[in-house]
Design a protein around this ligand. Structure first.
Ligand code: MD3
Ligand code: FE
Length: 205
């Protein structure tokens, strides 16, 4: 796998593995994810204020993150189909174990699909019980311009996340403000129909 690069974000804990996944590793992982989400279709959540996200989402694993008029939360079922979320491919849980070393497996994997100008505003991920547990992100498809800054405010910087790149958010970086400014359309041909898929593995509870 090679060793992590520490990106200077002004805070500790942003670990970055560029090209962690080979071309065939990316294709195999994407095939596993697309097969799983046949039972849990992408849908467009709305904010508690009723505004639709530009990103489409679904989840894998025991718990999934949802947003609707009632708020943000983790739940065991898909909000549209009512079915339990599909399980995570083993190669994803293996990646979590190998790269984070966290003693428990992830219990949630958010799957974000960026198409047609989708982006994600600056936010913090605070809906998980233990903010000491890492988040692991895997990027597939078109390159994203990712923005990150310290939890307390101050300057932000951008990092390009390309297909096959993996990053872990640990320590102070776990509470960082972060978002996706834009996705560079056509920079990859991996995702059928184009765009970008981001997987984030977490400990929700
Ligand atoms: C920094 N996803 O799902 S991945 C999200 O590319 C999310 O779809 C983005 O932000 C995406 O919540 C960014 C990189 C990432 C993920 C989780 C983090 C960075 C993070 C959690 C804490 C700090
Ligand atoms: Fe986030």
């Amino acid at each position: 796998m090679g060793s992590a690069r520490e990106i200077d974000t002004g805070m500790e804990g942003f670990r970055f593995w560029p090209e962690a996944l080979s071309a065939s590793g990316q294709a195999d992982l994407l095939a596993g994810v697309l097969a799983a989400v046949e039972q849990a279709p992408f849908y467009r959540p709305v904010t508690p204020g009723g505004r639709p996200f530009s990103v489409e989402m679904t989840c894998l694993g025991p718990l999934g993150w949802v947003s609707d008029r009632a708020g943000y939360r983790y739940q065991a079922t898909h909000p549209v189909t009512g079915a339990p979320w599909p399980s995570m491919p083993a190669r994803l849980t293996d990646l979590w174990r190998d790269l984070t070393g966290w003693p428990e497996p992830p219990d949630a994997c958010l799957v974000n699909l960026y198409r047609g100008g989708a982006k994600m505003g600056l936010h913090q991920d605070l809906d998980e019980q233990d903010h000491g547990a890492p988040v692991l992100s895997v990027s597939l498809g078109d390159t994203a311009v990712f923005r990150i800054g310290a939890a307390g405010g101050g300057p932000t910087r951008t990092v390009r996340l390309a297909s096959g790149d993996v990053c872990a958010l640990t320590g102070p970086a776990r509470l960082a403000r972060h978002g996706i400014d834009r996705v560079i359309a056509g920079s990859s041909t991996l995702v059928p129909g184009g765009g970008r898929i981001n997987l984030t593995l977490r400990r929700a509870r």
